[in-house]
Design a protein. Structure first.
Lengths: 282, 315
């Protein structure tokens, strides 16, 4: 606090800039604030102008019921999203960290060639392979299953790269010590590397979770059964059922976004560090 | 340990007839190394490399998937020739370029200004980083639902506001061929600004304070410091962002699919949406594959430009 006062004396404009920036950031978030406010309104009050930012008549509970307790299986969509995002994240972490361990700490012939190849494969846009993946997933009998979606999303060169960069920085001493004690490579990976990689695992995990949660394109193409829909397709479903009921739509949007915002705010340091590290969206 | 190792070596060299075990430490390490990479490598081949080659094959065929394998017909370059004369494809490409040309520079300029102010002129840096980043992590489909309501042509808050400040005939946004891309571009910028801010701030934090202090001693003002120090030193970050954002702008899909289905009258069709439409609505697998290769070529060219320039800097 003392430091703050001193700083303020030296540089009084900083406080003014901060206040202006605060106003800009609120203006920037207006669409989300509007969503929040609308989700608590009666439909007839939604498009009233000037906008009632704080509803004069509250309908939050009814809108909540319309989303969560009506015939639209919103809870199912939600559970599907949780299932898809958690399993995909977990499997991605395992597969990527295994490869990262090998690329950072083990020597084998052809390693740099293999690594170079993977880096080159990173440029393949998943949108360019939609058609053959559709055919392949049908061949494998995984069309319209969660397994198919997980299989397509669990291999990530980008995360392998991020984890490798982190593991390179881990001192070899830990590994040498474990070797002395007779630990094999798997044990070193499982008992030494993974625990030491907790920060990067948290980073990769939260980013992957957000990406899978937000994925709309893959479920749209590879699922048709409503019982399997994640939240993103659920929003689509809502659009057709409640096209003119914006209050209910905003309650659904709020339900989709809110858990991500909460998790993001809790783990903001990890997310921002991870995004700053590489920054390539996969 | 050291001693043991040496004596063992001596024993082997003294008795050349004794066979060395096959699983030497080195071989074990190689085997482990390969095994640990294997799942990732096979997965990438199965879900990335093989499908890419498969798309190239399909691009030279005419195939309605529903008809089964026997209906595959090899047609040479016909798909690509058709693409060059397909007005819908050319419109999708044009719309996509429009999206790129507006979202990338506008997003970058806005974000650079915000990043510099947040980084050097404000308190509560972490708060602002989080605030501007929230749209980027928000589900795009839900964001699209919000903007669908905000952009409502007659009742939506945006047009009500515009009419209130005296614009009697505001754009119909998503409802009109003239303004639909503008609306999608606005949402695209809003969504990605926070990401650019974060990357710029991490670039700014690598510039040492001393450079600015030296400039201050020489009497440089804020504008001079910005143009003579910040912008040149951020050039690598700017370059990285420009390429990355261009690549992702060619992958835009969610907003279009949820908001407009490429309409009205194809006015908001973009490359990936056209792949989706041809492949999964009209089931023209060959034609959709040809469009996929256009997309891949654009992304590959941009990526290779980035590598070339980054490597040249590294030398």
């Amino acid at each position: 606090m003392h430091k703050f006062k001193e700083d303020l004396k030296k540089n009084p404009s900083k406080l003014i800039v901060t206040i202006i920036l605060g106003i800009i950031s609120i203006a920037f978030l207006i669409p989300l604030i509007w969503m929040l406010s609308t989700s608590a309104k009666f439909e007839s009050d939604v498009m009233v102008f000037p906008i009632e930012w704080i509803p004069t008549r509250w309908n939050f509970v009814e809108n909540f019921k319309a989303v969560w307790m009506s015939e639209v299986p919103f809870t199912t969509f939600y559970l599907n999203s949780i299932k898809l995002a958690s399993i995909t994240t977990l499997v991605t972490i395992i597969v990527s960290s295994m490869a990262a361990y090998s690329f950072s700490k083990l020597r084998f012939p052809g390693k740099s060639l293999l690594f170079g190849m993977l880096m080159a494969f990173m440029m393949i846009p998943e949108q360019a392979t939609l058609v053959p993946r559709y055919i392949m997933v049908k061949w494998f009998g995984l069309f319209n299953t969660h397994e198919g979606l997980i299989l397509m999303a669990m291999f990530s060169i980008y995360f392998t790269f991020l984890m490798r960069q982190y593991m390179v920085g881990i001192s070899d001493e830990y590994i040498e010590a474990a070797k002395m004690d007779g630990a094999g490579y798997f044990k070193i990976y499982w008992k030494i590397m993974l625990p030491l990689c907790r920060p990067i695992i948290a980073t990769v995990g939260i980013i992957k979770f957000i990406w899978v949660w937000n994925d709309y394109q893959n479920p749209l193409i590879f699922l048709y059964d409503e019982k399997l829909y994640p939240i993103t397709l659920g929003m689509q479903y809502f659009k057709t059922e409640y096209s003119e009921n914006y209050a209910v739509m905003m309650m659904a949007a709020l339900s989709a976004i809110l858990p991500l915002i909460i998790v993001f705010i809790i783990l903001q340091r990890n997310v921002i560090a991870g995004i700053s590290l590489g920054g390539v969206k996969g | 340990m050291e001693v043991n190792y040496n004596s063992e070596k001596e024993v082997t060299s003294l008795s050349p007839n004794r066979k060395k075990p096959f699983w030497t430490e080195k071989r074990k390490e190689s085997a482990a190394g390969m095994l640990f990479v294997l799942p990732e490598f096979l997965g990438i081949c199965l879900m990335g490399v093989f499908p890419l080659g498969f798309t190239l094959f399909l691009a030279f065929t005419e195939w309605n998937f529903i008809g089964g394998m026997e209906t595959i017909k090899f047609i040479g370059f016909d798909n690509f020739i058709r693409l060059a004369n397909d007005d819908n494809f050319l419109l999708a490409l044009k719309n996509n370029l429009l999206y790129t040309v507006f979202t990338v520079p506008v997003g970058m300029v806005l974000a650079l200004i915000l990043a510099v102010v947040i980084h050097s002129k404000a308190y509560a840096k972490d708060f602002f980083k989080v605030a501007f980043f929230i749209p980027y992590i928000s589900t795009q489909v839900a964001v699209a639902a919000i903007f669908a309501a905000l952009f409502h042509p007659s009742l939506g808050p945006i047009n009500q506001f515009l009419m209130n400040i005296g614009i009697s005939d505001p754009p119909k946004w998503l409802g009109s061929t003239d303004s639909v891309m503008a609306a999608i571009i606005i949402v695209g910028i809003w969504h990605s600004v926070g990401y650019i801010v974060i990357i710029y701030i991490s670039g700014l934090s690598t510039i040492s304070e001393e450079v600015y202090e030296a400039a201050e001693i020489d009497g440089a003002n804020f504008i001079q410091k910005f143009t003579k120090i910040t912008i040149p030193l951020l050039a690598p970050t700017t370059f990285f962002l420009a390429i990355t954002l261009m690549i992702s702008s060619f992958k835009v899909f969610d907003l279009v699919a949820f908001l407009t289905d490429g309409g009205p009258n194809h006015a908001s069709n973009v490359l990936v949406y056209y792949i989706y439409e041809e492949g999964f609505k009209n089931f023209r697998m060959g034609y959709a594959s040809a469009i996929s290769w256009v997309l891949f070529t654009i992304v590959a060219v941009l990526t290779i430009i980035m590598w070339k320039i980054q490597n040249r800097k590294a030398d």
